[in-house]
Design a protein. Structure first.
Length: 345
């Protein structure tokens, strides 16, 4: 698990190095990898549920299963939740996995994700791509490929990661939506189906790029701080559960985490810590909605937990560096870090 933390650190360090070379698009693409690994590791470190899927369960068999659970059958005791579709596909969420009990009857619980890191084969391909080998029969390979695809769908797609984090009570729905916004933004750089040159380097990027950009440089650093801190915070509880294992310098780690938090509060990565800029923008939106509905009353500022989450972190960061007054509403935002180039960016 510590090696996984180190791996995220190497990704983040590499992204910062790319940023220092003004390779912002490459840095954002690598940050997309780091974001996904942080979520996988979160489940590796703290996941305590196991999802199972059973297709083709008919009404009679489903009724027998429900009776077993109602009467406390052994095989149902670790079930936290289950559901069945009209087509007979059953999804079961269990507590697990557990080791065999030791001499005192104690069991160790490990996340299913801990084992998936070795079990899932990303290069195997779909069943239709399998061919005969000297070692396995074609039907065995195809069955393995089907199981491999099922592992991906159940545990490793982006939506599956968020679902499993919520089922493990590790992530609130609102924070899942926030992470999804960052995933979409960073994925737009990882999948080059759109031209980001103007957004990344400015309106006149055709005059020469790559070149230094304050906003992309700041955003890369903010992602590195937020993702690195989240990875460490998710790992620290694991250390406390392992007898004989301790951190070499916990005070130093605590200091680094506090500095990282204080340096990136305006990033609004998780939680409801909306910046005054976000409150100002949401207040203006409330004004515009009333005007659109023909009402001339003055709305109250929305509470922080009702402020819409930004979908474009880079555009938000640029606008946060420009003080401005909305002509129609008269509301003013004063930037703590005003920059003259923000209005032209």
């Amino acid at each position: 698990m510590a090696d996984r933390v180190r791996g995220v650190g190497l990704h983040l360090d590499s992204a910062v190095q790319l940023s220092s070379q003004m390779r912002y698009e490459s840095a954002f693409a690598l940050l997309r990898t780091a974001l996904e690994q942080v979520l996988v590791d979160w489940l590796v470190f703290q996941g305590r549920t196991l999802v199972q899927r059973f297709p083709g369960v008919d009404e009679e068999r489903w009724a027998e299963w429900q009776h077993d659970r109602a009467t406390g059958a052994d095989w149902t005791r670790t079930i936290r939740d289950w559901s069945r579709t009209k087509k007979g596909d059953v999804r079961i969420v269990r507590e697990g996995l557990f080791s065999e009990p030791d001499e005192h009857g104690n069991k160790i619980q490990l996340s299913i994700y801990y084992f998936l890191l070795d079990q899932y084969l990303p290069t195997l391909g779909p069943p239709s791509a399998q061919t005969d080998t000297p070692y396995l029969r074609l039907e065995d390979l195809r069955r393995l490929a089907e199981e491999n695809e099922a592992l991906w769908r159940t545990y490793l797609t982006w939506s599956s990661l968020l679902t499993n984090l919520r089922e493990n009570a590790l992530l609130a729905d609102a924070d899942a939506n926030r992470l999804a916004a960052h995933y979409r933004f960073l994925s737009s750089y990882a999948h080059p189906v759109a031209d980001h040159r103007r957004e990344t380097y400015g309106r006149d990027a055709s005059m020469g790029w790559p070149r230094y950009d304050h906003y992309c440089s700041e955003l890369v650093l903010l992602y590195a701080l937020a993702l690195g801190a989240l990875e460490i915070l998710n790992f620290l509880p694991v250390v406390k559960t392992k007898p004989g294992v301790s951190l070499a310098d916990p005070d130093r780690i605590d200091l680094v985490l506090r500095v990282a938090e204080s340096s990136s509060t305006h990033f609004w990565f998780l939680g409801t810590n909306a910046h005054p800029y976000d409150l100002w923008k949401a207040h203006n939106t409330a004004f515009f909605q009333l005007f659109k509905d023909g009402q001339l009353t003055t709305p109250q500022p929305p509470p922080p937990d009702e402020v819409p989450y930004p979908t474009d972190p880079l555009r938000r960061l640029i606008e946060m560096h420009a003080s401005t007054t909305e002509v129609l509403t008269g509301l003013t935002y004063l930037s703590p870090w005003p920059r003259e180039d923000a209005r032209f960016r």
